[in-house]
Design a binder for this molecule. Structure first.
Ligand SMILES: CC(C)(COP(=O)(O)OP(=O)(O)OC[C@H]1O[C@@H](n2cnc3c(N)ncnc32)[C@H](O)[C@@H]1OP(=O)(O)O)[C@@H](O)C(=O)NCCC(=O)NCCS
Length: 173
């Protein structure tokens, strides 16, 4: 059974070791998924990431929605909800679902919960999300939840040796 948790303190993230979080992100690197991390992450680097997450949660600029496969004690998906530290009325999201759990509606549920947290917890006025060119699944999912394209940033990220544009979308309602 997949359960969805809202983590604003690091308690849920702390259920998994740095090794398990590194394995999680590296599974996307192995499949060459179109996300901004595209190099193998060491456990040391993952520990730095976990420290950064804890600091941002403490500062009130980050929450995470985590989908957990309770039977397997596995991370199925995550949605980072990031409040801009300078302009706090802007909130953006980072969404990822493990390949074994895709096309079951988990990405949709994660982002819907992320939007609720952005509005209720962070009192967001503007909601932003980005995807890397070529990520049709992300584009369709974001459009389905009411995001519309507002700008393109050419050659913005280097993905596995190739520069790609980032498409930024906003949810205006
Ligand atoms: C994008 C991603 C989060 C979608 O997660 P998911 O759990 O498979 O999504 P859902 O099952 O909720 O599907 C939601 C919608 O996305 C679209 N979608 C999902 N997979 C798709 C695919 N392979 N191709 C085209 N559209 C797809 C569909 O429109 C679907 O809606 P529908 O079922 O009503 O038709 C997931 O594929 C992923 O993590 N990919 C790798 C990382 C990534 O691209 N992250 C996002 C951007 S940077």
């Amino acid at each position: 059974m997949i359960k969805f948790y809202i983590d604003t303190t690091g308690d849920v993230i702390g259920r998994f070791s740095a090794k398990k979080w590194a394995d999680w992100i590296n599974s996307f690197v192995v499949e060459k998924a179109l996300i901004t991390v595209n190099k193998h992450v060491s456990i040391g680097e993952e520990l730095i990431w976990l420290g950064d997450i804890a600091r941002k949660m403490k500062d009130g600029t980050l929450a995470m929605i985590i989908a957990i496969d309770e039977g397997k004690n596995a991370i199925a998906g995550t949605c980072e909800v990031r409040r801009d530290p300078l302009y706090g009325h802007n909130v953006s999201f980072g969404l990822a679902v493990h390949k074994n759990y895709r096309k079951q509606g988990i990405g949709t549920r994660l982002l819907k919960k992320g939007i609720e947290v952005a509005k209720d917890h962070f009192k967001a006025k503007n909601l932003w999300i980005e995807y890397i060119e070529g990520s049709e699944a992300a584009k369709k999912l974001y459009e389905k939840l009411g995001f519309v394209e507002c700008c393109e940033m050419p050659n913005y990220v280097e993905c596995y040796g190739e520069y790609r544009k980032i498409i930024r979308m906003a949810k205006l309602d």
